[in-house]
Design a protein around this ligand. Structure first.
Ligand SMILES: Nc1ncnc2c1ncn2[C@@H]1O[C@H](COP(=O)(O)OP(=O)(O)OP(=O)(O)O)[C@@H](O)[C@H]1O
Length: 239
């Protein structure tokens, strides 16, 4: 894999998360209420990789959506570097969302844009103090896609598409990356490669990374494992 100058930059500290008394329910029709986060209390240390595991429907995605402020909690607090993001509204909310790197199972690349332009997409209509084209170039090299800048997503393998998505997630230099089943569409070798890449980025930049995953092999390589059952969480240290 290509090592670029950007890998040697001093590592900015990743975000610290403190989640307190967090609750989220969904109303099912008129009557029943489904509790997807049930009094969640968690602390996530800066610059660590945390796996979020648990059965299907247990509340893993809900937790990531609440932390990313894509969804709103019913009650409780989510402190990200001392800001309670559950209280953000308007521009402050938009700025917070833009500051988080999101990675999804289905990659969510724009099919009509090249790898290069997909990486640049989060910067459209944003002011930046850096040369965005050289940053996109650097990031694609960093995820091992030097020479594939002009490729459309349909001409890339699943593993390569996820690498483009990771480069896109990094373009705003996030302190926090939220990855929802990032290896769910990949074979074991590609899945292991993606985890290795996330670990390398965490070591280089000190980014805090949360990964929701069904994959026990991926979870076992995290620094800590949060298990979700019926919206309730328990924590254990990784291997
Ligand atoms: N927008 C929504 N409206 C209604 N119910 C929802 C909504 N989002 C999630 N739920 C419900 O909340 C519960 C938790 O869902 P969530 O997607 O967080 O689980 P998960 O652990 O990520 O599942 P999976 O592993 O299958 O992705 C599920 O029962 C789900 O059906």
């Amino acid at each position: 894999m290509t090592t670029t100058h950007s890998m040697r930059k001093p590592a900015p500290a990743g975000s610290r998360l403190v989640i307190a008394d967090l609750c989220k329910s969904y109303r099912m029709g008129d009557q029943s209420v489904l509790t997807a986060a049930d009094d969640v209390n968690l602390e996530i240390a800066p610059g660590t990789i945390t796996a979020i595991t648990g059965p299907s429907g247990s509340g893993k995605s809900t937790l990531l959506h609440l932390i990313g402020a894509i969804d709103r909690a019913d009650s409780g607090r989510i402190l990200v570097d001392d800001t309670d993001i559950t209280g953000l509204r308007g521009n402050a909310l938009a700025d917070y969302r833009a500051s988080v790197g999101f990675i999804f199972q289905q990659f969510h690349l724009v099919p009509s844009l090249t790898a290069f332009d997909n990486v640049l997409a989060p910067l459209v209509s944003r002011k930046t103090s850096f040369d965005r084209r050289s940053r996109a170039q650097e990031l694609l090299a960093e995820v091992g896609l030097d020479g594939r800048e002009r490729a459309l997503p349909s001409h890339l393998s699943g593993g390569q598409q996820q690498r483009v998505a990771i480069a896109r997630a990094l373009v705003n230099s996030p302190g926090l990356i939220l990855a929802d089943e990032p290896t769910g569409n990949l074979d074991a070798a590609n899945a292991a490669g993606i985890l290795k890449l996330l670990r390398r980025l965490q070591e280089a930049y000190g980014t805090t990374i949360l990964i929701a995953t069904h994959d026990a092999a991926i979870a076992s390589r995290a620094d800590s494992i949060v298990t979700v059952r019926d919206g309730r969480t328990t924590v254990q240290a990784g291997d």
